[in-house]
Design a binder for this molecule. Structure first.
Ligand code: C2E
Ligand code: CA
Ligand code: CA
Length: 742
């Protein structure tokens, strides 16, 4: 039990005694003689009706009942003893009534209430007795002043006693100070007691006078007061109830709002999670390659930026960027299929990742392009050793669906440092170095400044070349081809020159590869072919004795693969009226050997047009001697490099001798390129070489110069020794093993 409950109990017990005493006193001194009909009516009204005739003061717990007034009436008319008993009776009945209406009141409390009422009425009766003497006759006397005083005294003593006791219990229960409890719960009950006293006074007076008018006036007055007040109270109650309902509605509304808000917040959270997830996915996709899940170019650029930043802050921090490209991947992809191509890329990615480990980062840019960054590098040797290791690892066989496949890699290396400003520049330079490695068939190349300059120049050439073809900036030079037997002009080789409006004349080694790489070679060759054919037709017609002049035109390997080539040649021959046998197309060994079977059928088709075919730069490429007899060709052109260093007994001399012998065995004619000295000329003649071309006779010359030359047919006679025709009879036999090769 709590402390406050104990205290309440203690107070109740303490009250028990005086309460019981008051009751006992009332019973003991009960004035039987005073009992009359009036008392009976009074008792009945009090016990059975007073609890119905009550009004609650709005916003308080105070109930105005008629019983307070009736107790005072009883005190005035019947004295203390009867009043004490009646008060106890009324208190008991009211409490029971309340309990019946559902108010929870303990029996103990009912008992206590009875005793308190008894005690307080007892004290009130004693106080008035003490102040005013016995009350008999007081109500009948004409002394209204004393009568009012008695009433007020009664009301006050009732009020003080009851309020003291009630606030005492309240202060214990609510654990507040007694004064505060009195102020809060009891002070306004004073109205109740004073009203009760006023009512009692009026009732008593009217009962005594038994003045029908007065009584009806009193009843009327109280009736009006009662009903007006009741209406007022009901109004107040209704508005209060309305306000309460409104508040409840508002609270409900608020709760609904809160619930809605909570739902909304939950939805928002859900969608923000989904958003975050999809953002993560997008970010991943933006920075990773879909096939290998390796970082992509974007990611790499960020990574290199970070490395650059680091090396700017710590000057001794060096890093390297490696740009890798698989060799011949496109061909593999085409022949093995894209699925196998993807498998290969995945395995390469794996090997690279393993090789790099925690030292750096591997990324895939596109197709067969990969990149690697390694940080904290101290020497360039460290990087090259690493690059070699990677190249070896990639060169090991791959197993794709049970099949062994080989590939290799070209690596461009940039030794990064703070000297770079942009990450993109590093990648660009690594790419340039990789390209150099590929061109040079090297596993790796380290980038240097010159490469960049070259690359920029290349880019310029590329752009300018597009216009060059449209604007006819490509001019043809012609180099004579001489029959070595009689020094007669046999024909010309057409060689392209580019008259660049700013840079002046550009040589073919600078722009032909660019034209090949950009595909511009096709339109360019067609133009060259056409104007060369036109030119030779004109010379054949304009210079008598030159009707059999031939024109040799170089055909790039890139163009050689073009499906329209045969038609294009046919059209040009038709347009220019050139006799097909006067046209010789020069193709390099490598162009033919790249796809020998297809080349053979293509060469056949061209030959069927009546056009002659030459293998250019013979000896520098594959030396596919075993294939040679299968190619439908007419001429071998011995590369300049053999001729220029040809001396008797030297290795190159042997090669030239062999080639000439081979050509004779295969029934091919031979042209020696790059003849610069009489000595070379003599040797070639001794070896039985039929045709020659070189600075000894003439450099490649523009049209006008050639036309001057055509006017002088005996031009080269003086270069040749006088009594040489016999030389041809002294030629050695073709070598026996070459004859076997045929
Ligand atoms: P190529 O077909 O081997 O042409 C012969 C090259 O040797 C020419 O160089 C020519 O000027 C040079 N030459 C001739 N005689 C001598 C000599 O005695 N000494 C030296 N040092 N050089 C000599 P050019 O004109 O610079 O052409 C270089 C290459 O460019 C050609 O080699 C050819 O492969 C290519 N080219 C030239 N014009 C064309 C063309 O119209 N189409 C194609 N596809 N390639 C062309
Ligand atoms: Ca040539
Ligand atoms: Ca050549």
């Amino acid at each position: 039990m709590e402390r406050k409950d104990k205290l309440v109990n203690l107070c109740a017990i303490l009250l028990l005694l005086p309460g019981a005493g008051a009751l006992a006193w009332a019973v003991y001194y009960f004035p039987l003689a005073k009992v009359d009909v009036g008392l009976g009516v009074l008792s009945v009204v009090m016990v059975f009706f007073s609890s119905y005739l009550r009004i609650q003061l709005p916003r308080t717990k105070i109930h105005l009942t008629i019983s307070d007034a009736l107790i005072i009436v009883t005190l005035l008319l019947y004295g203390g003893e009867i009043s004490v008993l009646l008060a106890a009776l009324e208190s008991g009945s009211t409490s029971i009534n309340l309990r019946r209406q559902g108010v929870s009141i303990k029996t103990k409390t009912i008992g206590l209430n009875i005793l308190i009422s008894a005690f307080s009425v007892f004290v009130t009766s004693q106080i008035t007795l003490l102040i005013f003497g016995p009350l008999e006759g007081i109500s009948e006397s004409k002394d209204i002043g004393t009568f009012v005083m008695v009433l007020v005294t009664m009301a006050l003593s009732q009020f003080l006693l009851n309020s003291t006791l009630v606030s005492l219990f309240a202060s214990i229960k609510t654990e507040t100070s007694w004064l505060k409890a009195w102020y809060e719960y009891c002070l306004n009950t004073l109205v109740m007691y004073l009203t009760g006293a006023l009512m009692a006074g009026l009732i008593t007076k009217s009962l005594q006078q038994v003045n029908i008018y007065l009584l009806s006036v009193v009843i009327g007055f109280f009736g009006v007061v009662y009903f007006t007040y009741r209406r007022y109270v009901n109004d107040v109650k209704r508005t209060a109830a309305k306000a309460e309902q409104l508040e409840r509605d508002r609270a409900e509304q608020a709760e609904k709002h809160v619930a809605e808000l909570e739902h909304y917040v939950a939805e928002l959270e859900k969608s923000s999670i989904a958003l975050r997830e999809s953002r993560e996915k997008f970010r991943h996709a933006a920075y990773h390659d879909a096939l290998t899940q390796l970082p992509n170019r974007n990611y790499f650029i960020d990574q290199i930026k970070a490395l650059l930043e680091k090396s700017k802050n710590t000057s001794d921090h060096k890093f390297a960027v490696l740009f890798l490209d698989l060799n011949r991947f496109k061909m593999m992809n085409d022949s093995l299929g894209h699925f196998m191509g993807d498998c290969l890329i995945l395995q390469v990615a794996q090997r690279l990742s393993e090789s790099v480990g925690a030292w750096g980062l591997v990324g895939r840019f596109s197709g067969d392009e990969f990149a690697i960054t390694i940080s904290d590098v101290s020497t360039i040797e460290e990087v090259t050793v690493f690059a070699e290791k990677i190249a070896r690892r990639i060169a090991e066989p791959f197993t794709l669906e049970g099949r062994q496949v080989f590939t290799s890699v070209s690596i461009g290396i940039v030794f990064g440092s703070y000297q770079y400003d942009a990450a993109e520049d590093i990648l660009r330079d690594a790419d340039i170095a990789m390209y150099q490695a590929k061109e040079g068939h090297k596993p790796y190349v380290i980038f240097d400044r010159k490469m960049h300059v070259d690359a920029v120049k290349l880019l310029e050439v590329e752009t300018d070349l597009r216009y060059a073809i449209e604007r006819d900036e490509i001019e043809l030079y012609f180099q004579p081809i001489i029959a070595l037997e009689d020094a007669k002009l046999s024909g010309f080789e057409a060689l392209a020159r580019w008259n660049h409006p700013q840079r002046g004349q550009i040589q073919p080694y600078e722009f032909i590869p660019v034209a090949e790489n950009t595909g511009l070679i096709v339109p360019m060759t067609l133009k060259i072919l056409k104007s060369a054919c036109k030119q030779i037709v004109r010379w054949q017609q304009d210079f008598p004795g030159n009707e059999t002049l031939t024109i040799s035109v170089n055909l790039s390997g890139k163009h050689f693969a073009h499906p329209e080539l045969v038609n294009q040649i046919k059209n040009i021959l038709g347009d220019t009226y050139l006799y097909p046998g006067s046209l010789r197309l020069e193709i390099t060994e490598s162009a033919v050997m790249d796809n020998a079977e297809k080349a053979i059928s293509m060469l056949k088709e061209i030959r069927e047009l009546g056009v002659k075919l030459s293998i250019d730069d013979f000896g520098t490429g594959y030396s596919g001697l075993s294939y040679l007899h299968r190619f439908p060709i007419d001429t071998l052109k011995i590369d300049r490099s053999f001729v220029s260093t040809m001396e008797e007994g030297s290795e190159n001399g042997e090669i030239v001798r062999t080639v000439i012998a081979l050509a004779k065995a295969l029934n091919l004619s031979v042209v020696a390129e790059g003849i610069e000295s009489i000595h070379q000329l003599h040797q070639l003649r001794i070896l039985g070489c039929e045709f020659g071309q070189g600075y000894l006779f003439s450099r490649p010359l523009p049209v006008l110069e050639i036309e001057k030359m055509l006017g002088d047919p005996a031009r080269w006679r003086n270069i040749f020794p006088k009594a040489d025709p016999e030389l041809f009879h002294l030629l050695p036999d073709p070598q026996p093993q070459l004859r076997l090769a045929k």
